[in-house]
Ligand binder design. Structure first.
Ligand code: HEM
Length: 117
């Protein structure tokens, strides 16, 4: 990121879902490749730091570690107890998703008057 591309001052937003779909960051990004995270050499050029679903910095997600623990526990129990297959209506799930965004609310102007009495 350089000032030539993103002049300051300005707002820069990172669209997480798009980062995860960029083929120059993740090889074959829309296919299911769990081996991507298990040291498979086909994916050694992936930039694993690019996607930060919990954000980074002083205001990043406070629940990150809890969320990882919950996800691991739930996924492990589901996989341990069940076989899974896509059921009717599940086709095209990825393509049918709709993205939503946040909005900048702008300042709420309030006048404070010292109470009398
Ligand atoms: C997959 C699960 C989760 C994801 C992807 C996620 C993601 C995020 C993201 C992107 C932010 C905004 C960070 C920023 O503004 O830079 C955030 C903030 C926050 N998250 Fe999560 N979160 C998850 C689960 C949780 C859980 C389980 C908790 C608590 C039990 C939690 C508590 C918080 C809190 C308190 C903040 C505000 C932190 C602050 O403003 O200082 N999150 N989260």
């Amino acid at each position: 990121m350089t000032p030539d591309i993103f002049p300051s001052p300005g707002n820069l937003a990172k669209v997480l879902a798009l980062v995860s779909l960029l083929p120059n960051i993740y090889k074959d990004p829309v296919s299911f490749h769990p081996e991507r995270f298990l040291g498979d050499e086909r994916f050694e050029d992936d930039d694993r730091e690019a996607l930060q679903p919990f954000h980074v910095g002083p205001r990043n997600c406070l629940g990150k570690n809890l969320a990882y623990t919950e996800m691991r526990l739930i996924l492990a129990r589901v996989i341990w107890n069940f076989d899974m297959e896509l059921s009717e209506g599940g086709e095209g799930w990825l393509e049918g998703q709709r993205p939503f965004n946040l909005w900048d609310k702008g300042p709420l102007m309030v006048r404070l008057m010292v109470r009398k009495g």
